[in-house]
Structures are given as C-alpha cells and as structure tokens.
Design a protein around this ligand. Structure first.
Ligand code: PHE
Length: 407
C-alpha cells in the first residue's frame, strides 16, 4: 500500500482518504497573528483579555479567568467534535468543510475543541485564543484561517446562589425535569436563568467596553450541539445586523464527562476578525495577512483601540471580473474548487461566486459557472497577472478536479 506521511510541526502523520490539507493551508500554522505585537488581532485579543482580567477576580490578587493562547491547532476529531457532543453524522464533520490531516486528526474548526481538556484539568473559568481552520467560500469576510476567543465559566451551588442567602438551602441547580426551550432537563429553571443572565451580562459588558456604551446589539436564539439554550449576539454596525458570537449554557453531559458534575456553566465563542473589521473599519479580511508596513504601521504603538480608523492603501480600484464555466463530475463540491483557487492565489483574488449552475436536460450533466473577482488589497493589478492566474486555475481545475472546461 502507498502509505504517505505529512509532517506538521515536526510530527509525522499518516495520510488516508480523509487527508485534504494542502501545503498552502499548512503554511499558516505557527503564524500566530494573535500573538504578534501591534497586529490588529493581537490588539483586540489583548484588550479582551485585559477586560476579563480587570473585571473578574478570584481573590483581590488573582484573575478569575485563566488564559491560553498557544495551543496547537492540530487536534483530534474527539477534541473537535465528540467531546463537544457533535454526533458522528453531523454535517459540521464533513470533509468538504474541514481540513483533515487524516481520519482522526484535523486542524481545529473552533476553539471549543479545547474545552473538554481544560474542564477535565479542573479549571472553572478560562479563555482560549487561537487560529481556526474552515473550508469555505471566497469573499471579503471569509478566509480559510481565522481567529477565535472561547470563554467558559462554571458555577457551583454556592457561587450561583451567593446573592440569595435566605433561600440558599432550598435552591437547587439540578432536578429530574423536562427539556424546555429555555433550559435543559437536568437544570432547574432558576439555575438556568441565573447562568443565562450572567452570560448575557458578561458579553454585553464586553461589547460595551470594546465598542463604547452606545453600541446597539440584540440577542437571537441559536442552536449548537454543545449548548442549550443557545444564543447569538448581533451588533448593528454600518447599517446592518452582524452576527458577533455564539454562546449558551453548556450541555451538562460535557461537564459530567469532564468531572465537573456539581457545576453548571456557560460558554461563548467569538470571531476576532469580524470584531476587528468592524472596530477598525477594515473592508477585507485579507488585510490581516498583509505584511506591508502601510498596513501594520497604522496599528503600531496604539494606546487605545478606539482611536484607530483604518485607511485602505488603495482606494476605489474596480475589480477585474473573469468567469469560468465547466461540466462537473458527480463527486464535485464547490469547496473543492474554492480550495484549489486558494492554493493558487497569489493574493489577488477578492471573491468567487457561483453565478450559475444547471443540469443539461439531455446529457444530465451539471455545469457550474463561477465569477472570479480579481483585486489586490493594496496595489493595482496588471492584465497579465490576472490572465496568468486565471489560466493556471483553468488548467488545475481540469487536471485536479476532473471537470470538463467550457472555454
Ligand atoms: N464554537 C462555536 C462556533 O465556532 C461558537 C460557540 C462557542 C457557541 C461556545 C456556543 C458556545 O461557531
């Protein structure tokens, strides 16, 4: 058998039919933008951590939340999925949506992948910051690597009901009850509501601190396999509602399995790029990977993140739009195409949209037509470089994805 290895951070992994990491995606490992002083993602991370450090104390001298920002993004499917109760047949496990190293190992798709280990180690309040990896569409707000902050806080009976001393003895966290939209079967309504209020207050305080007191936000119900009830917070910014974060009360089974069966807790996960794009007015997610001084210098030595208003280095250059049509084989998925485009992109592709798809009535073959928008974030493009890349993509899509070109 043809057993191949892939080496990641000095460790060899055997590849199999799940392997879909490319050299390009692996080149992002270890970049750790959230740890680069003066990088906008690091500035935001620092101010969020500072918010939690100064606002929540265990005793007068010890911060409540332990912070971890240096875990390897290489995790097991157990950490990323099973430990968070994502079932074996759940769509979020699909090969088309994740970067697998092999059947049991992948690049984490969310920082929730570390919750189980940290809970198991006995922590009851922590924050995890890290790079996460997802196969996705190509546009100004999506990049296959982005950064998340995860927060978790547990409460035992004493901590939860501390403010209701009179009735403390009658109040309970757990009951053998029923599942409702606002609570899990094993939680009492009063415990669930107290934790929900604490969660929402914590996140409202955070966004007020980041965006200022006038920030307009709303709570929407959501679904995650690992929390119930679950919510999303949306912020009104630039004329539209933008999803900011997901959160909820952790499924008790997760705490029980990790050895925290007497506590109830909340968790949230927040995307740093989205936050930074809104806070600093950064119009394209590719800027975060830009090495140019014209970008980085705008954040250097910044004292207060509210003082920054990003100025794009290139204004109002129209994109060059080039279409590409082909007949696709049965096993084709759009994310395979986007990934291939990503792997060849020299930094000049802004977005790719599926413009049209149809099935030929006679041959039953499917055709896809994609529009590729070419635009660099900081310099004008030449016709030649666009054509060279466009041709390279056409060649690669035929040889690697078995499509039949219609050009
Ligand atoms: N992990 C979720 C995501 O990436 C966010 C989340 C974290 C939701 C914790 C609830 C609790 O979308």
């Amino acid at each position: 058998k043809n057993q191949k290895n892939v080496v990641i951070q000095n460790q060899a992994y055997q590849t199999d039919e799940w392997t879909n990491v490319s050299p390009k995606i692996l080149s992002y490992l270890g970049k750790n933008l959230h740890l680069k002083k003066d990088h906008p993602l690091c500035l935001i991370k620092d101010s969020i951590v500072e918010h939690f450090y100064s606002k929540y104390m265990k005793s007068t001298r010890t911060p409540l939340f332990a912070v971890f920002d240096n875990f390897s993004p290489v995790v097991s499917t157990f950490q990323n999925f099973d430990s968070m109760l994502v079932r074996k047949d759940h769509v979020s496990r699909a090969k088309s949506d994740n970067y697998y190293i092999n059947e049991s190992t992948l690049l984490r798709a969310h920082t929730s992948a570390h919750e189980h280990d940290l809970l198991k180690s006995g922590l009851d309040a922590f924050i995890v910051v890290g790079d996460v990896y997802r196969r996705d569409t190509i546009d100004s707000s999506h990049f296959p690597v982005f950064h998340q902050i995860e927060g978790v806080r547990l409460f035992n009976k004493k901590q939860l009901f501390a403010k209701s001393q009179d009735s403390y003895n009658e109040l309970k966290i757990f009951e053998d009850g029923s599942l409702y939209t606002d609570k899990q079967a094993c939680h009492t309504l009063e415990a669930s509501k107290l934790v929900e209020m604490n969660l929402k207050q914590t996140l409202e305080d955070l966004v007020c601190d980041l965006f200022g007191k006038d920030v307009v936000y709303r709570w929407v119900d959501a679904y995650f396999p690992f929390t119930h009830p679950s919510f999303e917070m949306e912020i009104f910014f630039g004329g539209e509602w933008m999803e900011m974060l997901g959160c909820g009360i952790l499924q008790q089974e997760i705490l029980n399995t990790a050895g925290a069966k007497d506590s109830i807790g909340w968790a949230f996960g927040l995307g740093l790029e989205r936050l930074a794009m809104r806070l600093f007015n950064i119009p394209d997610i590719r800027y975060f990977w830009c090495q140019e001084d014209a970008f980085l210098s705008q954040f250097r030595g910044c004292k207060n993140i509210k003082d920054i208003n990003f100025k794009p280095m290139l204004s109002n250059q129209p994109p060059v739009v080039n279409d590409m049509s082909f007949w696709v084989p049965d096993e084709f998925c759009s994310n395979d195409f986007y990934d291939l485009v990503r792997s060849l992109d020299t930094g000049i592709i802004e977005s790719v949209i599926l413009k049209d798809s149809f099935v030929h009535p006679k041959t039953n073959k499917s055709s896809h037509c994609y529009s590729i928008f070419y635009r660099h974030t900081s310099r004008p493009l030449t016709k030649t470089e666009v054509n060279v890349l466009h041709n390279d993509i056409q060649t690669a899509v035929v040889t690697q994805l078995n499509v039949v070109g219609r050009w």
